[in-house]
Design a protein around this ligand. Sequence first.
Ligand SMILES: Cc1ncc(C[n+]2csc(CCOP(=O)(O)OP(=O)(O)O)c2C)c(N)n1
Ligand SMILES: [Mg+2]
Length: 350
Amino acid sequence: MTDFAPTRAAEAASAHAEALQRYAIDPAVHGREFCLARVSDMLRVRRMEERCAQLYGETKIRGFLHLVIGEEAVAAGVLPNLAPEDNVVATYREHGHALLRGVSMKAIMAEMFGKQEGCSRGRGGSMHLFDRATRFYGGNAIVGGGLPLAVGLALADTMLPRPGAVTACFFGEGAVAEGAFHESMNLAALWRLPVLFVCENNLYAMGTALSRSEAQIDLTKKLAGYGMAGVQVNGMNVLAVHDAARQALARVRETRAPFFLELHTYRFRAHSMFDPELYRHKAEVERWKAHGPIHTFTDKLKASGLMTEADFQRLDAAATAEVDEAVAFAEAGTWEAVSDLARGVSAAAS
Ligand SMILES: Cc1ncc(C[n+]2csc(CCOP(=O)(O)OP(=O)(O)O)c2C)c(N)n1
Ligand SMILES: [Mg+2]
């Protein structure tokens, strides 16, 4: 059998899997309402994206489509900790982040369809969800492209000033190979900018395992070069992510200095809709699915008496109903007139 995942990646993967077992629910800290809200968050993302995949097959959604299925605990753990005045920057795998930041599912789905009612007026599509009202600054197709934007937003907040505002910057581990990552980390630390860097380490950048491209796969070791603090967290456990993000954000707000979270997670689907997944074994995917963020959490909640199967069914039905409404809204949306195609497009004369 071909060894797709080199040894160090396999070691990292099993360390991640071990860490998954260690985080218990404490009903005194994590109340029923809070826990059900996190289940609801993850289900809304999961059901929305499953429908997106189906709509892609029907060519209702076109272009690129990157699903975050398997990684829902990341957005569901970090985003509830943010305040309305905070900024969010994400990658092209950002549908769930936009939704849980507060962008309506209708506006997201209409954007996927390319309709004018979309959050980017139908001109952005899947990779460029944007919503000023919720300070959701994208959706970025360029690997590492969001990091300098986050640093710029935090710099603006420092200069205006908007005291207390923090910028949460989500990016994949593939971004650490980019110069923009290192420049952003350096400037954020040098200028003491309030950025929470959230690295979504799902072990692969398209088909490249982290250990094939990085000499140091413990990404928090890179922080020493910038005098920045950070921690590694089990990104498959929504409570672990939530607790780590809460503490990290409190620290950023207090110190006005950046902090780094490396969240260990795994995507269950292909990189995008055009990916035969020749770079990893099916057995590896199945192993990670056993640690899926939704069912592991709901199993624990049921075992601890905080949630019943009826609760789960109710939340699931609500998520599906919301998706149905969002799709109907997108279907009924309007295409931009061809005569408007050049609106907002400019070119400099030579
Ligand atoms: C600057 C740049 N180089 C290459 C690409 C092509 N590309 C698209 S996604 C991707 C992998 C990124 O992986 P990662 O940052 O780990 O995010 P993930 O897809 O795993 O969420 C690459 C190389 C790109 N979009 N931008
Ligand atoms: Mg990745």
